[in-house]
Design a protein around this ligand. Structure first.
Ligand code: WTA
Length: 658
């Protein structure tokens, strides 16, 4: 399936699947009339609507009296004088009623299953929080978490929240350089990591990347590295700086009074790619963030106390924050946490786990769905998936073909699919079906959640209602939104609230609405690629490439990919001459791919590298990216090339080196 085919099929998509009467009757939001009533209530009294939800969902140590403070827009504040603790809301408040309920069913890469009750999880979080305190870590300090998917990763995040430390989780697949960039930007005082991680039957070290990052400049702020033993690798510990998790943990008490913080106290920073420069540290609040995570699980995932919830995202991404580490725990849910990969030991792993743990609610990314179709479209039929009642999709547009397979083969035509549109910056779902209300259409994320005022506007910021679409914006501030970019408030304003948008939040996606008002996401409007649901800045990959001594210049574009959604194509100009023979070119391309893997992380490795003596440029020296995109797709160049300084270069760049 190429992009043009998939866009075609989306544009011609007319199938509609209303919720079954059976699902609708039992749903938290039942029928479109209920949804419309919620929307109307939120519009009639916007801040009152959110305030009621915040009182109902969150246990406040001290109730808030102010709801929304817009006096310093776009630096919005919600529930600011309210005091709470997020970890208290996720753990302590369940102890009286359901302390023995399973909070986490952890399945290791090797299939070993461990169950942790709310009582145990609470104890472990308190114990680890005391350990952090014993290292002098306190409210407001930044702590990097660089860990595999594990109960301990969740414990580490919750323990930071408990003492008011601000965590920044770095995905375990990022390189030491990416890690270093985040440590220095956040000026972290501590790093919580593991000796390594298991993935697909292989043990892979993690701690060496931390050591390497800490040898680079600017990490003087880091005084502690806490190492969880997962793979049993022999690693070096620095006596002054490093300590084993178990050594820190075992001597601590399991009583730890939570640190009561303002609702606006930063809960975490999470770095994500933007269109320019280095990754942005997206800063989230405590109160508003928690509220968004909770309400979306109640509405979109139709949460019931009997559910077994499974979100497959890594805690290194926002999805793993809101729908693994915080949201499900705040609701007292039982959830699955999985260390491994969907294809090990075979492509039936997800389906087997759904069967074994009787998962009711399954949330994953289109890229996983597409790769599992390819590896075994019939495999789900070999497992008992009758426990499932709801399916979710996140991270990128889902093409109708993959949607139909998910619906018919995994969901057996019984489970609604919630295609949830949101971002690192929004903290929780923004546009999504409510499964007991919204009739769903394959490929559309449908309608905004109650209290979210999404719209499509043109370049002047005026709302458009035609089929061509425009920029996706959110008109009013909402509780779970980004508060600022860590250390760079100006960039926050410029990126998300450019003047033309007249105060609305600019999401960075283009979208259109159909006659029913349904939203269809078309893609990014900036230089951000979405590769397997991961955000990558083309600029970041370009800077990684030009940091290589052999490279003079580089331009990176995306190209449609059957499984990953988008693939990375790099156009490279070498400092010296292009190697003459094909084998040498191939070797060099491989070298550069590995270089990018080391600079950023394996997820950013270009799928294709093409060498040219130059890049197509205008006479003023601007790289013509639209031409590069066409070349990458293998399209005939029918575009106007009259402004091109060096047309001969196009022929060279058509040559692919894999
Ligand atoms: C894209 C992930 C279409 C979009 C939660 C957005 C989607 C970016 C969807 C955010 C969806 C996310 N349909 N596109 N359901 N969900 N996207 O910050 O381009 O990693 O801007 O957050 O992913 O990616 P992020």
């Amino acid at each position: 399936m190429s992009e043009s085919n998939s866009i075609e099929s989306v544009l011609h998509e007319t199938r509609v699947f209303p919720p079954s009467a059976e699902f609708a009757t039992r749903a938290n939001v039942s029928g479109m009339e209920s949804y419309k009533a919620m929307v109307a209530a939120s519009e009639a009294d916007y801040s009152g609507y959110w305030a009621d939800l915040a009182r109902k969902n969150i246990d406040w140590k001290q109730p808030f009296t102010k709801v929304l403070d817009e006096s310093n827009a776009p630096f919005y504040k919600w529930f600011e004088d309210g005091l709470l603790n997020v970890s208290y809301n996720c753990l302590d408040r369940h102890l009286a009623t359901q302390s023995e309920k399973t909070a986490i069913i952890f399945e290791g890469d090797d299939g070993k299953v461990t169950r942790v009750s709310y009582r145990e999880l609470h104890g472990r979080v308190c114990q680890f929080a005391n350990g952090l305190k014993s290292r002098g870590i306190k409210k407001g300090d930044r702590v990097i978490i660089y860990m595999p998917m594990s109960v301990e990763a969740v414990v580490a995040m919750q323990a930071c929240a408990r003492i008011g430390a601000i965590h920044s989780v770095v995905f375990g697949g990022f390189s030491s350089k990416s890690l270093h960039e985040r440590i220095t930007d956040a000026q972290a005082v501590a790093i919580i990591t593991a000796d390594g991680q298991f993935r697909g039957g292989r043990a892979m070290p993690l701690k060496p990347a931390v050591d390497e990052a800490l040898t680079m400049d600017g990490c003087e702020s880091v005084h502690s590295v806490i190492v969880y033993r997962r793979i049993g690798a022999s690693i070096e510990l620095d006596d002054d700086r490093d300590i084993w998790w178990h050594d820190l943990f075992n001597s601590q008490s399991s009583v730890c009074e939570p640190e009561w913080v303002s609702a606006e106290h930063p809960l975490f920073i999470l770095y994500t790619s933007g269109s320019t420069g280095t990754p942005k540290g997206v800063q989230h609040s405590s109160g508003g963030y928690l509220l968004g995570a909770m309400t979306s699980i109640q509405w979109v995932f139709d949460y019931k106390p009997t559910d077994v919830f499974w979100c497959t995202a890594d805690v290194g991404w926002i999805t793993g924050h809101s729908y693994v580490a915080y949201g499900p725990l705040a609701l007292g849910a039982t959830q699955v946490v999985f260390e491994g990969v969907p294809t090990y030991p075979d492509a039936g792993r997800f389906w087997k786990m759904i069967q074994d743990h009787k998962v009711t609610t399954f949330y994953t990314a289109p890229t996983a769905i597409r790769s599992l179709i390819k590896l075994g479209g019939d495999l789900p039929k070999q497992y008992d998936l009758s426990s499932l009642r709801l399916l979710g999709s996140v991270g990128e547009p889902i093409n109708p073909e993959a949607w139909m397979w998910y619906y018919n083969v995994v969901g057996q035509g019984r489970c609604p699919i919630v295609d949830t549109w949101w971002q690192t910056e929004t903290g929780s779902h923004m546009i999504s079906p409510l499964p007991g209300a919204t009739p769903i259409k394959p490929g559309s994320c449908t309608l905004p959640l109650p209290g979210i005022q999404a719209a499509i506007v043109n370049e002047a910021g005026d709302e458009v209602h035609d089929q061509h679409g425009g920029f996706l914006v959110i008109k009013k501030p909402f509780p779970s939104q980004i508060r600022t970019i860590w250390g760079d408030p100006e960039r926050y304003k410029k990126s998300y609230f450019p003047e033309e948008m007249k105060g609305a939040y600019l999401a960075g996606d283009s979208a259109h609405r159909d006659a029913d008002g349904y939203f269809w996401i078309m893609g990014r409007i900036d230089d951000v690629l979405n590769v397997s649901g991961h955000r990558l800045g083309t600029m970041e990959i370009e800077s990684a490439l030009v940091a290589n001594p052999l490279v003079a210049e580089a331009a990176v574009v995306g190209k449609p990919h059957d499984i990953k959604g988008e693939a990375v194509v790099a156009f490279v100009v070498l400092k010296g001459a292009r190697p003459a023979d094909a084998a040498a070119v191939k070797k060099l391309a491989e070298e550069l791919r590995n270089w990018v893997g080391k600079e950023i992380g394996p997820i950013a490795k270009p799928d294709e590298i093409r060498f040219g003596e130059n890049l197509p440029k205008t006479r003023s020296g601007k790289i013509m990216r639209r031409l590069l995109r066409a070349i990458a797709k293998g399209e005939e160049i029918t575009q106007d090339t009259s402004t091109l300084e060096n047309p001969a270069i196009l022929e060279q760049l058509k040559e692919v080196v894999r």
